[in-house]
Write a protein that binds this ligand. Sequence first.
Ligand code: BTN
Length: 261
Amino acid sequence: MQKKSFELTAKRLGCEVRFLQETASTNRDVDTAAQAGAAEGFLVMADAQTAGRGRMSHTWFSPPGANLYFSLLLRPDVELAAVQSLPLVVGLAVTEAIIECAPALQPKIKWPNDLLVNGKKICGILCELQTKHDKPDYIVAGIGVNVNLTADQIPNELKTSATSILIENGKPLNREQLLAAILNRLEPLYDNWRAFGFKPFVANMHALDALRGLLIRIDLSGEPVEGIAAGIQADGALLLETSKGLRPIYSGEAHILARVL
Ligand code: BTN
């Protein structure tokens, strides 16, 4: 892969970039660097991952030559509770970047950390937090975007749920261009989030919310809860309209059961 051939206007995010042909997981690499004292903005990008990690102990399909896999080190000076909404802010930045590079696409954000195009997953975000004295020490924000994956490269078990920019847009996209666009979009959003939390993003999130108005099930540990997704509140929680009233949900995986309207 070429190095930084597209204009990176972000000053801190991507200040040091390490490109790897293959690695187990870029999240793991950035975690190791963080423990050795790497600065905020340090980034590892790989052409392929042999043990790409997803949420809930899932693996992330990471073949070579097709997609974007990278992780970014963040060291925000915020309270622990604020970190909950960071994946949504990263999701907003990736959404804006995809629209910038492929304007025909209309990505939606599926709380808490997926981007969907035409109902299928095009990007996954895995933010891993390390704490120190009850404050965030650092966060590894891992982003996987299906960029130039062809339909026949998608494994059978993901065929109904995954897609790529190439599949949806009908043409390939340069991965470095998308990386630069994501970092350029994320830096100002991240600074805004550090200063003011998630509140300034709620209106924007409302327009991009893939779940709003749908009947969904959230698998909380051992206790599935069903209801109609009623938006995202200012602390990043998903609001679920259940038979017992409105309930904020802070973690879990959302399964779409039906379109209500
Ligand atoms: C999910 O949807 O479950 C999150 C997937 C996150 C995948 C990315 S790819 C780059 C980074 N390295 C990893 O091991 N995982 C993240």
